[in-house]
Write a protein that binds this ligand. Structure first.
Ligand SMILES: [Zn+2]
Length: 227
């Protein structure tokens, strides 16, 4: 995974230093082993925690408490609508990165929550058109990053996969967002980490796919990567 960064570093005069941060990304399913692995020091080199949605906030709070590292997450369609005032609608100790970008540990990360709209009363669900509007709302931040840091994003976290990559065309609830394909082409992150689709569904054996210059990774249920 470091090869992509080295290629980017070699071709980008703005980046003059090598840096690596180990990331623990989690999504969609509570892993019971986390309750023994985290206290046992298994993730002690992890410097950044990323959540790709559909996880109980108590689980995220447990991870951030055990590892004591910055955590950023996006909400999934099984998460409540985000609220600053309702403690049940946010993960304490973490930052909701939906439609935002952040510069943390020399990494530029961005977030895009939710999934495709598939039922009327669903939370964090959007039509393809709504998703485009949401993605376009990130343009000012991405351009600012490009001016300030020489690149728009290193890692994009989302709940939904992009359209046609790790999604499931046979299931209306698991169509990917076309806006994410656009966002990846525009911001050119090294990695797009997503959740939402599980491997027991059709045609979802592939966990990593290179799309342009972005490696798309299905995080379900967790991944560790170094950038
Ligand atoms: Zn989901």
């Amino acid at each position: 995974m470091q090869n992509l960064r080295r290629q980017r570093l070699a071709g980008n005069s703005f980046l003059r230093h090598n840096w690596f941060v180990k990331i623990l990304a989690v999504s969609d399913q509570v892993i019971d082993r986390m309750y023994t692995l985290a206290p046992g020091g298994h993730f002690q080199e992890v410097g950044l925690i990323l959540g790709c949605g559909d996880l109980p906030y108590t689980y995220l709070e447990y991870i951030v408490t055990m590892l004591n590292m910055p955590m950023y997450y996006v909400p999934g369609n099984h998460d409540p609508e985000h609220s600053q005032t309702d403690q049940r609608a946010r993960a304490e100790g973490g930052f909701n990165l939906d439609l935002k970008t952040a510069y943390i540990k020399n990494a530029l990360i961005g977030g895009f929550g939710g999934c495709i709209w598939y039922r009327p009363d669903g939370t964090n669900q959007y039509t393809q058109a709504d998703a485009y509007l949401r993605a376009f709302s990130m343009i000012p931040q991405l351009l600012t990053n490009r001016i300030k840091y020489g690149r728009a994003l290193d890692v994009l976290i989302s709940h939904s996969p992009p359209f046609g990559i790790h999604d499931d065309i046979l299931d209306p609830a698991h169509h990917g967002f076309k806006a994410l394909n656009w966002l990846a082409r525009f911001a050119r992150p090294l990695y797009l980490l997503h959740g939402h689709t599980h491997f027991y569904r059709n045609n979802l054996e592939t966990q990593e796919t290179l799309s342009g210059t972005t490696k798309v990774i299905n995080v379900y249920p967790y991944k560790i990567l170094e950038i």
